[in-house]
Design a protein around this ligand. Structure first.
Ligand code: HEC
Ligand code: HEC
Length: 198
């Protein structure tokens, strides 16, 4: 009897996913680094930087790629063989790294800063700052990702994907509703501005 209880407890505990381990995540990130940079700072405009991103947001995206709730052929292939523990470890590693910020061309600052901090009442666009924070650091507990220091080409592509509905894994359509009201010029200005926001 005692043996059976012991075995049952062993099965219960060993099947639980442990909190992410950044050191193990680093070991598992070799392939990821070829596209996202060894420390999660991407040198390739189309690929997002992951450094300093909230752990919970990263895990959510990896799970969404796996279930195809976020439909992307490249990333679905990358996550196909990851376990939930792998995802936790990888997310812990990238969250522990520091994102590098880029210089922002001055022509984008006025338009983007106004939108970021105050929204656009004519178009009924909510201020980004309310959810993504004063410095683009996000609010991890609420599921709002960090967006400062991101590759501008990626930000632009993902905002346009929310607008077209190609990316639709945002809870309650939060981002889709906002981006639906934005012009191409506003998306472009914000994308370059965010790359330097910190
Ligand atoms: C061949 C290049 C490539 C490889 C290898 C790769 N990725 Fe990606 N990754 C991408 C691209 C491109 C995107 C953007 C997808 C999109 O636009 O939806 C992305 C997106 C992501 C995102 C979403 C980021 C965000 O801000 O929402 C995460 C998280 C991620 N990758 C993690 C990983 C991990 C972990 C690995 C290794 C297991 C990995 N990637 C391997 C190219 C790659
Ligand atoms: C009410 C809260 C809220 C507001 C306001 C908001 N966002 Fe978001 N944003 C979110 C959430 C939630 C997500 C994550 C969706 C998911 O889980 O995939 C997100 C995701 C994003 C992403 C994708 C990040 C990545 O790494 O792929 C970008 C870029 C972004 N928001 C930019 C903006 C901009 C620019 C504004 C202002 C015009 C804005 N957001 C306003 C809640 C908000």
């Amino acid at each position: 009897m005692r043996k059976i209880i012991g075995l049952a407890l062993f099965v219960i505990f060993s099947s639980q996913v442990q909190a992410g381990d950044a050191a193990k995540g680093k070991e598992k990130s070799l392939i990821c680094g070829s596209c996202h940079g060894a420390d999660g700072n991407s040198a390739i405009p189309a690929n997002p930087s992951l450094a300093g991103q909230a752990e919970s947001y990263l895990v959510k995206q990896l799970k969404d790629f796996k279930s195809k709730a976020r439909d992307n052929a490249i990333m679905s292939a990358q996550v196909a063989n990851l376990t939930e523990q792998d995802m936790q470890d990888l997310a812990a590693f990238y969250a522990s790294q520091k994102v590098q910020h880029m210089a922002v061309a001055s022509k984008y600052i006025a338009t983007a800063q106004k939108l970021y901090r105050g929204g656009d009442s004519d178009r009924d666009i909510a201020a980004c700052i309310a959810c993504h924070g004063a410095n683009g650091e996000g609010m991890p507990a609420a599921g709002f990702p960090a967006i400062g220091g991101q590759q501008p080409a990626y930000t632009m592509a993902t905002l346009k994907a929310f607008r077209s509905g190609a990316r639709n894994n945002d809870m309650n359509g939060i981002m889709r509703d906002i981006v639906a009201k934005m012009s191409d010029e506003q998306i472009e200005a914000l994308s370059y501005y965010l790359a330097g926001l910190h």
